[in-house]
Design a binder for this molecule. Structure first.
Ligand code: ADP
Length: 208
């Protein structure tokens, strides 16, 4: 974890002067209290500083600060992923939509006869087609899906944090969890979504 220059200065001040009010830290840094607020909030959140009402900030130490990072390292996709919902390429868009509703998922995976990943289709992919002129009873999902190799995947042993980062970077709601076979095809064994990440986040809070 890298602190920025200002955060390092705040730590030094609080180490020497603490307990010290946010107002006084701001004065020493020649800044306003408001401008300092995000840094103080961050340093408190990660546990380097603690804020006591009417007393001010004091230094809590490194050990505490790294605890949350240690926990994040421990959360793995294998502990949080859900069952995948899959269809084959020749399934009609209509049936895929019904499947999505019945199984209550936002993304459906398209697989071959060996359960290996061929494509993915999201709620909005379906919505786009459904509001157009196409006959969704006739149109196969294979025509509208996002295809391999342009699919972002996760592996079971990957950290949940790494999966979450992929979702944010690629602006997607979920990833198929896959196992790479000897012939390099990706067998679908699960799905990890923003909901799984939210659950892990809530669990982290419970433990704290
Ligand atoms: P929505 O489109 O319903 O908001 P997403 O944000 O997950 O859902 O999907 C955005 C687009 O990215 C869609 O076109 C979808 O087919 C595609 N997509 C969804 N998940 C993945 C993934 N894991 N890898 C690559 N593309 C994906």
């Amino acid at each position: 974890m890298q602190l920025n220059e200002r955060q390092e200065k705040i730590i030094e001040i609080v180490k020497q002067e603490g307990p010290i009010t946010g107002e006084s830290v701001a004065q020493l840094l020649d800044m306003t209290r408001a401008a300092l607020r995000p840094d103080l909030a961050f340093l408190t959140q990660i546990g380097l500083l603690e804020a006591r009402p009417r007393v001010g900030y004091y230094y809590k130490g490194e050990q505490n600060a790294y605890r949350i990072y240690g926990k994040l390292e421990e959360l793995s996709v294998s502990d949080y992923h859900s069952e995948p919902v899959v269809v084959t390429e020749d399934t009609s868009v209509y049936d895929a939509i019904v499947n999505m509703f019945v199984q209550d998922v936002g993304t459906i995976f398209v697989v071959d006869k060996d359960n290996c990943l061929e494509g993915i289709s999201s709620r909005k992919d379906m919505l786009k087609i459904a509001i157009g002129k196409a006959d969704i009873n006739q149109l196969p999902i294979g025509v509208i899906m996002t295809r391999m190799p342009n699919i972002v995947v996760a592996e079971e042993q990957e950290t949940l944090w790494s999966a979450a980062k992929k979702m944010i970077e690629h602006e997607i709601d979920g990833l198929p969890v896959v196992k790479t076979l000897a012939d390099n095809r990706l067998e679908v064994i699960g799905r990890v979504t923003k909901t799984n990440i939210t659950k892990a986040f809530v669990d982290l809070g419970k433990e704290e």
